[in-house]
Design a protein around this ligand. Structure first.
Ligand SMILES: Nc1nc2c(ncn2[C@@H]2O[C@H](COP(=O)(O)OP(=O)(O)OP(=O)(O)O)[C@@H](O)[C@H]2O)c(=O)[nH]1
Length: 410
């Protein structure tokens, strides 16, 4: 479910942009037509820039995608409608097979051996698709009759029923991949795949549509690299929430009134010792996701280790305490379902308040608690670091008071 939400969030804006571009191209506004002659080389330039940035960021797949997307465009410019010749297999379809294959692979970088491996993979994917296509094209595929009927008469000059079926299969495999791993990178690569059927379609203003879509795609590819780099810099890798670096940048924007909360998972060391580091990581992710749901205008960051920082701008401690209590209870009452650790559990003395009970096989329900220390910016503690120190001392008070509670320092 979470994957689907991510997928939709990361794919729809790109799809909408591409659709708008196509609509603009199809409108064939006289102004656009006047400029269309100048657009011939722009897609090469834009995709070339995207490829260079991708190389800089070691995105080997993205670089290959840029090249593969330009191939049918170049073929169209320089050799006419190569793929409409019935003796020749559609080039975009073959390239889509290579791109769908690459989507399942990982970025291999540009070391000569890896680059060679990448090229061999592309060659193999194209060869297999070519073989399949030529074999299937000779068979009588009666079961494709409904597709053929649907194509006739609008699209049959451009796509055979076999083409449409293979495009659909390739798109589904690509969709499955991004469904399983909806990273920014995968989503934008998936959207670029969708341009390939367009390259085979030979309708009105096709060249203009391809040119504008390629320009938009180059922009999207560039944006995805920037977004991913931003995420790497400002999001915590393990939990996905904002990181300490993001916190330090955020505090620059704070006014004169705010509250800082330091939160810490109780007895996390013994939790790690009991269940293993991997389960500890799962718990950190779960606690982090609860922290981000804090109400009352708070913003959550992972400070480091099992410590989190919450910032409440323009608030006083009295205003946020009910929200912190709600968060503390929410975490304490939450039955976290974790995958059982592979390694056998060590018998440890029950110093931890983390309780566990068996649920379904392979899964366990565990509960963890957190302690919170609160401090506000005041004339005594004017600098952010001083306020944070106060919050840290309040956290220490909470630990001393038995944990799973909220303490305030003024
Ligand atoms: N699994 C996992 N453990 C981490 C991570 N970062 C820090 N830790 C562990 O968190 C534990 C922190 O333990 P302590 O600082 O002793 O605190 P505690 O056991 O939570 O005890 P109290 O804070 O006093 O309640 C250490 O065992 C660290 O190894 C992480 O990213 N993943």
């Amino acid at each position: 479910m979470q994957n689907l939400q991510l997928l939709a969030r990361r794919t729809f804006p790109a799809l909408i942009l591409l659709t708008l571009c196509l609509m603009v191209a199809q409108s064939a506004h006289p102004w656009l037509l006047r400029w269309s002659g100048q657009l011939t080389y722009l897609p090469f330039l834009a995709m070339g820039c995207a490829a260079l940035v991708a190389i800089k960021f070691s995105r080997s797949r993205m670089t290959l995608y840029c090249v593969l997307l330009l191939l049918p465009y170049a073929a169209q410019l320089y050799s006419g409608q190569l793929w409409l010749n019935p003796d020749i297999v559609p080039l975009p379809l073959l390239l889509m097979a290579a791109m769908a294959w690459l989507l399942w692979d990982k970025d291999r970088g540009f070391a000569p051996v890896n680059a060679l491996l990448g090229l061999i993979q592309i060659g193999m994917a194209i060869a297999i698709a070519l073989l399949l296509y030529t074999r299937l094209a000779t068979l009588s595929l009666n079961w494709l009759a409904p597709v053929q009927q649907w194509l006739y008469p609008t699209y049959s000059a451009h796509f055979s029923a076999l083409d449409v079926s293979l495009y659909a299969i390739l798109l589904l495999t690509a969709l499955l991949r991004i469904g399983l791993s909806p990273t920014n990178n995968h989503c934008v690569l998936f959207v670029s795949l969708l341009l390939l059927p367009l390259m085979q379609w030979h309708g009105p203003h096709q060249l203009l549509s391809i040119q504008i879509s390629l320009l938009a795609m180059a922009l999207l590819l560039l944006l995805s690299v920037i977004l991913d780099s931003h995420n790497m810099a400002f999001r915590d890798e393990l939990t996905g929430i904002l990181s300490r670096r993001a916190l330090m940048q955020y505090v620059q924007t704070l006014g004169k009134k705010y509250v800082v909360v330091m939160a810490d998972i109780d007895h996390f060391k013994s939790f790690n010792d009991t269940y293993g580091h991997d389960v500890g990581d799962q718990v950190l992710r779960l606690v982090a996701s609860r922290m981000t749901r804090v109400t009352g205008g708070g913003k959550a960051f992972r400070y480091g280790g099992e410590e989190f920082t919450l910032i409440f701008p323009r608030r006083e401690p009295a205003q946020i305490l009910p929200h912190l209590e709600a968060l503390r209870e929410d975490i304490a009452n939450y039955q976290m379902v974790i995958r059982s650790p592979d390694r056998p559990q060590k018998k440890t003395k029950q110093t931890t308040k983390s309780r566990s009970k068996k649920s379904s096989p392979g899964k366990q329900n565990v509960q963890v608690t957190c302690s919170f220390g609160v401090a506000e910016r005041s004339s005594k503690a004017g600098e952010f670091m001083a306020v944070m120190k106060q919050a840290d001392m309040a956290l220490y008070d909470a630990k001393k008071a038995g944990r799973n509670c909220v303490k305030t320092r003024t």
